[in-house]
Each structure stands twice: as C-alpha cells, then as structure tokens.
Design a protein around this ligand. Structure first.
Ligand SMILES: [Mg+2]
Length: 251
C-alpha cells in the first residue's frame, strides 16, 4: 500500500461514492445480483459475487451492469424496456429482478457504514472541506439517512437525480461533476473517492484534483486494477488519511 499524501486535506471538496465507500452495501448489491443472474438460462459459470461484481457490475447503473455481465457470459439477451416485469428474458427484466431482490434484502437487514469513512467525514467537516455523496442507486439517499451520516454531507446526487437530469452512468463523470457543481467548486479542486473500477475511471475522466481508490477486496490484482483505471492512490480504508493529519496549504 502506498502511503497517501496529505493532498486530500488541500482539496476544497471531496466527492464520495456511496456503496462500498460510505455504506457497506456493496455486499448486499452483489448478493442480489447473484440471485438475479443465477436463474438466467445460459449463465455458466454462475455469477461470482466477488470477481464478476467487481469487473462487470460495480459502480454502473442497474441496466448497464446487467447488460455488461450477460454480454460477458456470451449471452445475446434482448434489452427489453422499462415495462418489463422482473424476470430473466431481457436485460431490463433481469435488472428489475435484481432491484426486487435488493429491496427485499434491505428490508430484511440494515446497512452498515464503514467507521473509517465516518471518522474521515467528521474530520473533513471540522476542517471546512465540503463533502458530497454520489451514487447510481436510487436508494442512496435513504441508505445514508438510515446510516446516520446524511448530515455530514452537503449534498447527495443519486439515481433519482440521474434519471431526472438525464445524467449518464459511470465511467462517464457526470455524477461527480454534478456533485462538484452542487458544492460550488471546480472538478479540479475536488477529490473523488471510489471503490469501483468504473468509478475511479469516472473520477479521472472528470478531471478531479485527485482520485482515491478504496480497495475493499484486497485481491491479487485489485490495487493495480484501481490504479490502471485512474486512481492516483489506493488505500484499504479511509482512516488512513486521519494519520496523515490535517496539513492545509499555508499552515
Ligand atoms: Mg461503490
């Protein structure tokens, strides 16, 4: 692991991804995807909630994630449309089924937050660094409120905002640009914190001052993969930044 520069403390704002960075919800998403994909005829081998999730689905919109994984298994699944019922016959139906399962799983159990992220959010808040959370998920605002961290974030851009504003999903930087815009900073003044490959790529594409990759999986290639997709530094947990302390320019 690289020792992170205190650079984060010199950014005017930090835009955080939500799932897997603030809330420990990536695992719930991955489990819901597995249940949805593994009933699709022709999905062989079954969906791997670790590697397939990371490579094909994580950070993307539901439809983009479903399409990417099914294509990766060599399936020519028709796209379908928003009226499709949850099922297995079209990409939209599989995505709808994942949503149905995810909502069921959420109702069955709560979602945890990463304590290191909460500590960093508190420290950034005290240091006057503005923070936003972004997510492709329509559930993000609700998750953040339920997790008790909504008040530490000046703004949240989620899947509902994406639909309303017509924002494309990651690796397009639109979500991060909207987050920076709402914090009244230029993208080049803000850091982006992401755990997904499509997400660090979006941060790089958006011209962020720095892109922090959070490597929760710590697999054999996960750190290199995050770097290759655009992370300037990679950390296992965000409390790493607390030990570098607050060293703002001019102090
Ligand atoms: Mg994520």
């Amino acid at each position: 692991m690289t020792v992170p520069e205190p650079e984060l403390w010199n950014c005017r704002a930090v835009v955080f991804d939500t799932d897997g960075v603030i809330t420990d919800s990536a695992g719930v998403h991955a489990s819901a995807w597995k249940e949805a994909f593994d009933t699709v005829p022709g999905v062989d081998p079954p969906f791997d909630a670790g590697e397939d999730y990371r490579r094909h689905v994580d950070g993307k919109s539901r439809l983009d994630g479903a399409a990417a994984f099914l294509a990766a298994r060599g399936l020519d699944t028709p796209p379908g449309g928003p009226e499709d019922e949850p099922g297995t016959g079209t990409v939209a139906a599989v995505a709808a089924r994942k949503e149905q399962i995810f909502v069921r799983m959420l109702s069955e159990g709560g979602v945890d937050v990463y304590p290191g992220t909460v500590r960093l959010l508190l420290a950034l808040h005290d240091a006057g660094v503005r923070c936003a959370a972004v997510s492709s998920s329509r559930h993000a605002r609700d998750l953040l409120s339920r997790a008790g961290v909504r008040s530490l974030l000046q703004t949240v851009v989620d899947g509902n905002d994406m639909a309303r504003l017509g924002l494309p999903g990651k690796p397009d930087p639109a979500l991060f640009l909207e987050g920076a815009r709402r914090l009244s900073v230029e993208p080049g003044e803000a850091a982006v914190v992401e755990d997904a490959l499509a997400g660090v790529e979006a941060g790089r594409n958006g011209g962020s001052r720095m892109v922090v990759g959070v490597d929760r999986t710590a697999g054999p290639t996960s750190e290199d993969d995050l770097r290759d997709h655009g992370a300037d530094i990679v950390v296992r947990d965000l409390d790493t930044f607390l030990s570098t302390g607050r060293k703002r320019e001019g102090e």
